[in-house]
Design a protein around this ligand. Structure first.
Ligand SMILES: [Zn+2]
Length: 239
């Protein structure tokens, strides 16, 4: 039954096509990609937040610098008053000196604050740089994986198309009787056609009766496995 051999080949193609369909529908990679996209969005948000913090810090440092500058100007003009005014009395001199000292203390405190903020700024800068590098790498990797996924999906689709054409061609040369039988059996089995190897039906693994084996060897009619009902043929021919 060479027709059964063709039918079997077609069946194998159908099974392969089914596998490919499954692969096409498998959305594990899609889920992973979506998750990674979310992670990247989160990291981008974190990056933005840090950037904002950095800008605020910069502004704060500038504010302190302005304040210090104001105080220094004040100290300067007080010094002028102290040294260039010969009419100063003792009391006034002491008062001026006290004022200058208080202002100097204030500057020192501001300078301490500024230094601390600058350290924070430096740390943030490093953090931002590391994050930026990481983000770039992750985005690059993400885009690469997405591209690979699209390519493989296209590849599967093309394979499927070719297979379906192939299946149709194989179907077209078969006798209607065989096609009908096959379609009917397909409701019960994924593989309605089974090879017989060493007298055993490879569909159900049962040994065939002598009568069935004789019928098979005659190759004159469609033979069904007495046990499972599959269409059977001698496997050697297919190899
Ligand atoms: Zn069987």
């Amino acid at each position: 039954m060479t027709d059964l051999k063709k039918l079997w080949e077609m069946q194998q193609l159908e099974l392969k096509a089914q596998q490919l369909q499954k692969q096409l529908k498998n959305d594990t990679v899609v889920k992973e990609l979506l998750q990674e996209k979310k992670n990247i969005e989160n990291e981008k948000q974190q990056f933005k937040n840090l950037e904002q913090k950095y800008t605020l810090l910069k502004r704060k440092i500038k504010e302190i610098e302005d304040i210090t500058e104001g105080i220094n100007n004040k100290i300067h003009s007080l010094n002028d008053k102290l040294y260039n005014n010969s009419e100063n009395g003792n009391k006034e001199i002491i008062a001026l000196q006290n004022k200058i000292n208080t202002l100097k203390q204030e500057t020192l405190k501001h300078e301490d604050d500024e230094l601390q903020l600058m350290e924070e700024q430096e740390q943030l800068k490093e953090e931002l740089q590391a994050m930026s590098t990481d983000l770039k790498d992750r985005i690059k990797e993400f885009l690469k994986r997405r591209e690979e996924y699209y390519t493989s999906q296209d590849d599967i689709k093309n394979q499927l198309l070719e297979m379906q054409n192939n299946i149709e061609q194989k179907f077209n040369v078969l006798e209607q009787e065989i096609i009908n039988k096959y379609k009917q059996l397909k409701k019960r089995y994924q593989d309605p056609v089974a090879k017989v190897e060493k007298g055993v039906c490879t569909g159900c693994r049962m040994e065939l009766t002598f009568v069935s084996q004789k019928k098979l060897k005659r190759e004159q009619e469609l033979v069904e496995c007495e046990n499972c009902g599959r269409l059977i043929f001698i496997g050697k021919e297919v190899g």
